[in-house]
Ligand binder design. Structure first.
Ligand code: ATP
Length: 460
C-alpha cells in the first residue's frame, strides 16, 4: 500500500491549480459553491480530451478492418442492467462513520488505515461483508475522523433516473454504468449490418455514470466520466490469444503517447477483485503522485454478456460461422479505458519544473495547441499583419494554434510552456524581408529559423 507524503500532495495540488488557472479543468457549478466530484473541462481540457478521443478512435477503430463503432443511448431499457448483473451485483461495500454519518468505501478505509499505521499492505477489494467486518473489528479500525464504524453493507453504484411525464406512471431507468452494455445488446444488429465475421470488434466512446461512495483525488474518480471501450467478439478457443494481444497492443499505444515506461505496469487482478462477469482481468496501472492506480482494464468476459442478454431478451445471440457452420456464443475480450483518467495520467506524467519554468511535456498530438504565433512587437502594423496572416493560414487548415501579443517574448514562452504548446513561432523584422520566422521548441528551448512554407509540416 502506498503512503501519501506531503510532497505527493503538493504535486497533485500543483496540477490541480495549474488546471484551474489555465482553464483545463474547473470544479463544476463553482458559482454555487461547487458540486462534489464533478468537473467541467475548459477550452484546453476540451481540446486535450478531443485529441485523445481522436487518437484512440483512429488506432482502435479506423485502422482496424474488423472493428466498427457505435454511439448508443445513455439511457436504455432497464432490463439491460438486470441482464448485465448490475442491478444485483454492481455494488461496493460501504461503512458509515457512526457520529458524522459520512460514508466510506470499506476496502479503502481499511487499506488507508493499514497504510497510516504502518501495518503493512492489505488488499480488501472484493472481500465479503463478513471479512470486512472482521478486519475492522480485529484492528479497531475507525473512520478517518477517528469515530467507530457501522457494519459493512452493500451500496449499488447504478445511478437511477425516473423517466416519464405522468407523476404516478414514472418508471425507473438507469444512466449507463459502463459504455459496453449497448455494444452487447446490439451484437446482432451491428454484426448483420456491418457484415463482420468473428473475430470482430465494436467500440464506443461515451459517458458512464456510477454512484461512487468515495471520489477523488481531483478527477481521478468521479460519478460521471467518459469511457473508451473496445469489445472483441472471438471464438472461445481464441480468447486467450486475443487477451494476450490486447495487453501488448494497449501498452504499446500508451507508450506511443509518451507516458514514462517506468510508471506503467500490468497487474493481474486477484480472483476476489474481479467483477462478476470477468474470467480473467488485467489492469494497466500508472504511478500517480498518490500511488499506483488502475486506469485501464483488459478483461476476458467469456460468454457472460451474450448469454445473459439472450436469456433476458429471449433473442438468440449465437453466431453461425459462415465457413464451418459451427454455431456458438462468441466470447468477449474487452479493453476499457477511462478517458478522463487517461488525461490525468498524461497531465501527471507531463508536469515538469525546470528552474523558473513549469513545462507540460505533452506529446504534440495530445497538447491542446500545436503551436502559438507571436508578433515580435504589437505596435508595428506590418509585423502584426504578417503574424495574423501566418496564424490564419494555420488555423484555416484545422490546426489548433494560439495567438499571443501580450508582454515580452520570454513571458509568452513561459505561458505556452505551462500549457504544453510544443512550438512557438515568432514573426519579426526579418520575416518581412525573407518570409522566415523563428520557431522555438518547448522541451529544448532552442530556436531555429525556418521558412513559413515549412511550418505546417514542422508542427503537425
Ligand atoms: P476502479 O477500480 O477504479 O473503481 P473499475 O475496475 O471499476 O475501476 P472498470 O469498470 O474496469 O473500472 O472501468 C474501466 C475504466 O473506466 C477504469 O480503468 C477507469 O479508467 C475508468 N473508470 C471507472 N470508474 C471510474 C470513475 N468513477 N471515475 C473515472 N474513471 C473511472
Amino acid at each position: 500500500m502506498y503512503k501519501i507524503s506531503l510532497g505527493d500532495i503538493m504535486d497533485i495540488q500543483k496540477i490541480t491549480s495549474l488546471c484551474k488557472r489555465r482553464g483545463f479543468v474547473f470544479q463544476s457549478s463553482e458559482i454555487y459553491g461547487g458540486y462534489e466530484a464533478t468537473y467541467d473541462f475548459g477550452h484546453l481540457g476540451a481540446e486535450m480530451l478531443r485529441n485523445l478521443r481522436n487518437l484512440w478512435w483512429t488506432e482502435f477503430v479506423t485502422k482496424q478492418h474488423n472493428v466498427v463503432g457505435l454511439d448508443s443511448a445513455i439511457i436504455s431499457h432497464p432490463r439491460v442492467w438486470e441482464a448485465s448483473g448490475h442491478v444485483e451485483s454492481f455494488a461496493d461495500a460501504m461503512v458509515e462513520d457512526t457520529v458524522t454519518n459520512k460514508r466510506y468505501r470499506a476496502d479503502h478505509v481499511i487499506e488507508d488505515f493499514f497504510a497510516k499505521n504502518n501495518l503493512g499492505s492489505v488488499s480488501a477489494d472484493g472481500s465479503t461483508l463478513e471479512e470486512l467486518d472482521e478486519l475492522i473489528a480485529k484492528h479497531n479500525i475507525t473512520s478517518p475522523e477517528g469515530n467507530s464504524l457501522s457494519k459493512a453493507k452493500k451500496f449499488n453504484n447504478l445511478v437511477q433516473v425516473e423517466i416519464g411525464t405522468l407523476e404516478d406512471a414514472k418508471s425507473v431507468a438507469y444512466l449507463r454504468g459502463e459504455t459496453c452494455q449497448p455494444i452487447f445488446y446490439n451484437f446482432n444488429l451491428v454484426q448483420e449490418t456491418s457484415r463482420q465475421k468473428v473475430p470482430f470488434g465494436i467500440a464506443q466512446i461515451g459517458k458512464a455514470f456510477r454512484n461512487e461512495i468515495k471520489v477523488g483525488p481531483f478527477f481521478f474518480r468521479t460519478r460521471e466520466f467518459e469511457q473508451m471501450e473496445l469489445e472483441m467478439y472471438v471464438h472461445p478457443a481464441d480468447a486467450d490469444a486475443h487477451f494476450a494481444k490486447f495487453k501488448e497492443w494497449c501498452m504499446d499505444w500508451l507508450k506511443g503517447l509518451g507516458i514514462s515506461e517506468s510508471k506503467l505496469r500490468l497487474r493481474d487482478q486477484e480472483f476476489k477483485e474481479r467483477a462478476h462477469y470477468n474470467k480473467v482481468a488485467t489492469d494497466i496501472e500508472y504511478e500517480f503522485p498518490f500511488g499506483w492506480k488502475e486506469f485501464q482494464g483488459i478483461h476476458n468476459r467469456g460468454d457472460w454478456d451474450l448469454t445473459r442478454h439472450g436469456e433476458f431478451s429471449g433473442k438468440d445471440l449465437s453466431y453461425r460461422d459462415p465457413v464451418s457452420g459451427e454455431v456458438y456464443i462468441p466470447h468477449i475480450v474487452e479493453y476499457s479505458i477511462g478517458l478522463n483518467r487517461l488525461m490525468l495520467v498524461l497531465l501527471c506524467d507531463a508536469y515538469t519544473e525546470e528552474g523558473d519554468r513549469v513545462v507540460l511535456k505533452l506529446h504534440k498530438d495530445i497538447a491542446p495547441y500545436k503551436a502559438a504565433v507571436f508578433p515580435l512587437v504589437r505596435n508595428k502594423e506590418d509585423i502584426t499583419a504578417k503574424a495574423q496572416q501566418v496564424y490564419k493560414t494555420l488555423v484555416a487548415q484545422g490546426i489548433s494554434v494560439d495567438w499571443d501579443d501580450r508582454g515580452n517574448i520570454g513571458k509568452r514562452y513561459l505561458s505556452q510552456d505551462e500549457i504544453g504548446t510544443p512550438k512557438c513561432i515568432t514573426i519579426d523584422y526579418t520575416t518581412l524581408e525573407d518570409e522566415t520566422v523563428t520557431i522555438r521548441d518547448r522541451d529544448t528551448a532552442k530556436q531555429e529559423r525556418v521558412h513559413i512554407s515549412e511550418l505546417t509540416s514542422l508542427i503537425c
